[in-house]
Ligand binder design. Structure first.
Ligand code: ADP
Ligand code: MG
Length: 271
């Protein structure tokens, strides 16, 4: 058996309160293979973002990892020291948040924002960074000469694509996307995900994808894990999770999305 890229082993995370602790993630285990898109679904508050933050080592108090392992190519992310962590963030794991399109610095040209990342993490000079920036912008369908523009000169969907291009510029092994497109309209959301899907095939990175849009999730994910109150109750291929759900909660989840009802996964995949 080949080693998975990412392996979450018995992960348990509490939020520490003054009187009681709240168990947000309860003994969760799943693997993400090289080049795979793995989806995490479940109602708001079930612990998806808590897992996403822990994988990126961005969790902060009151979140406390009680037990478990987060293995990236066999190495426990939870054991990294601060120096290793700087390398790990961006170069190994990139994270795209819901409000990512607002994470661009409004007073800096796009070019400068790419340069910051490429210079800091890969020691590129201005000229090298400019070339890489042009290449990355082309990949997300933005004219390279627009690198001279400021964030406010782009639409929300374009800003989101720019953030994704910055994340991918360092060739991360896995991209964690926590509701990355929720603030965008449905058509733009789907276009961006389609692009990510193509880029993944070119670059071979894996994706952990979290979204409220179950239809989109079934369409783009290879496998899906279903969470309920901190527990991963079921995981399977997208096709089986949708076409033959085992857990009652998974069945209810699909039933609550009438737009999916009646259509088969193949029909959805064809849309
Ligand atoms: P999801 O992303 O699935 O909506 P989260 O991971 O954000 O869920 O949250 C899981 C649970 O942890 C929720 O019940 C939430 O209220 C709780 N939680 C999240 N952040 C904090 C925090 N900083 N302090 C206390 N509880 C938190
Ligand atoms: Mg969340």
């Amino acid at each position: 058996m080949t080693q998975p890229l990412l392996s979450i082993r018995n992960l348990t995370i509490d939020y520490i309160g003054e009187t009681t602790d709240f168990r947000a993630v309860d003994d969760v285990s799943f693997d993400v293979a090289h080049g795979e898109i793995f989806g995490l679904a479940g109602e708001s508050g079930c612990g998806k973002s808590t897992i996403a933050f822990a994988i990126s080592r961005l969790h902060k108090p009151p979140a406390l990892i009680r037990s478990g392992q987060i293995l990236l190519e066999g190495r426990d992310v939870l054991d990294l020291d601060p120096r290793e962590l700087r390398h790990f963030r961006w170069r190994e794991v990139a994270m795209v948040f819901q409000s990512a399109m607002n994470s661009l610095n409004p007073v800096l040209r796009i070019e400068a924002q790419f340069y910051d990342v490429l210079h800091t993490h890969q020691g590129m000079n201005r000229k090298q960074a400019r070339e890489r920036t042009a290449e990355m912008l082309r990949l997300v369908d933005i004219q390279p000469d627009r690198m001279r523009d400021y964030p406010h000169q782009f639409s929300g969907g374009m800003r989101q694509r720019i953030v994704i291009a910055i994340c991918l510029a360092l060739n991360p092994k896995i991209v964690v996307m926590d509701e990355p497109t929720t603030a965008l309209d449905v058509v733009v959301q789907r276009e961006i995900l389609q692009r990510i899907n193509e880029l993944r095939k070119t670059f071979g990175f894996s994706v952990l994808f979290i979204t409220h849009d179950l239809g989109l999730m079934v369409q783009v994910c290879d496998r899906i894990g279903i969470m309920l109150a901190g527990k991963l109750v079921e995981q399977n291929t997208a096709q089986k999770i949708y076409g033959a759900p085992q857990h009652d909660y998974t069945k209810k989840l699909w039933a609550s999305f009438p737009s999916l009802h009646g259509a088969t996964v193949t029909e959805i995949a064809a849309t």
